[in-house]
Design a protein around this ligand. Structure first.
Ligand code: KIV
Length: 254
């Protein structure tokens, strides 16, 4: 049966961990779905993984629509969530509704994700959910703010921890169905997870979240370098290079 946002909330209540990974194309989406991943995030990390950008900032809505539609064609069971890229939702509510609406209408994804939990983002989330668009939140290390906060652990002093906690609460009040907690101390993730009625999905946030997500390219060792919290389970980069070298040497011996 296809995974729904309501199912995710029920799994939190049942303490059944949620398995999430990112995908950016049809082939990986099909593999992840067949392997039983519950939630597939078409993260704007595809900007680095699939498009070779330094950060997620250059990623456009058109690129997200293109990749998300490909992912959805490969998925039968998992819930597909599409990241709204930088400046596709922050300007004003009608812009956000237009971007999120295009994701649902044109790709087949069931939900969108936004970064941050300040009052402007919370208001946007509230409007989107009012129009029936499921939204996932994302607090802690929010890569679209990299030039302000850097790629480092967030919430490791009392003021920052309180800010992140309050952002999570504001997002819940605005109507998100789940929140990504990225690169924050595990005690803070535990506090948020215990306090809110919707699932937390952690990435570099310890073991107390209701689920875990990783960028699939990091999990599989496809990326040149991984963030400190991502332990590759296999070195596919090496395996692919060796396989291609074997192929090349066989061709050259023909
Ligand atoms: O873009 C992405 O892949 C993400 C994950 C790191 C959660 O937002």
């Amino acid at each position: 049966m296809a995974v729904t946002t309501t199912q995710l909330i029920q799994w939190k209540q049942e303490k059944r961990p949620i398995v999430a990974l990112t995908a950016w194309d049809y082939c990986f989406a099909q593999l992840l779905d067949e392997a039983g991943v519950d939630l597939i995030l078409v993260g704007d990390s595809l900007g680095m993984v699939a498009l070779g950008y330094e950060t997620t900032l250059p990623v456009t809505l058109e690129q997200m629509l293109h990749h998300t539609a490909a992912v959805c064609r490969g998925v039968k069971r998992a819930l597909v969530v599409c990241d709204l890229p930088f400046l596709s939702y922050q300007q004003n509510i009608s812009h956000a509704i237009n971007s999120a609406g295009r994701v649902l209408k044109e790709t087949g994804a069931q939900a969108v994700k936004v970064e941050g939990g300040n009052p402007i983002v919370a208001q946007i989330v509230s409007q989107l959910t009012t129009f029936g668009i499921p939204v996932m939140g994302h607090v802690g290390l929010t890569p679209q703010s990299v030039h302000k906060i850097g790629y480092k652990q967030q919430g490791n002093n009392p003021q920052d921890a309180e800010k992140i906690f309050n952002e999570a609460i504001a997002l819940v009040q605005a109507g998100v169905f789940a929140i990504i907690l990225e690169h924050i101390p595990s005690e803070l993730a535990k506090k948020i997870t215990e306090r809110i009625p919707i699932p937390t999905i952690g990435i570099g946030a310890g073991n107390f979240c209701d689920g875990q997500v990783l960028v699939t390219a990091d999990l599989l060792g496809l990326t040149e370098k991984q963030p400190p919290f991502a332990n590759p389970y296999v070195n596919l980069r090496q395996i692919i290079t060796q396989t291609v070298q074997t192929y090349a040497s066989q061709i050259r011996e023909l």
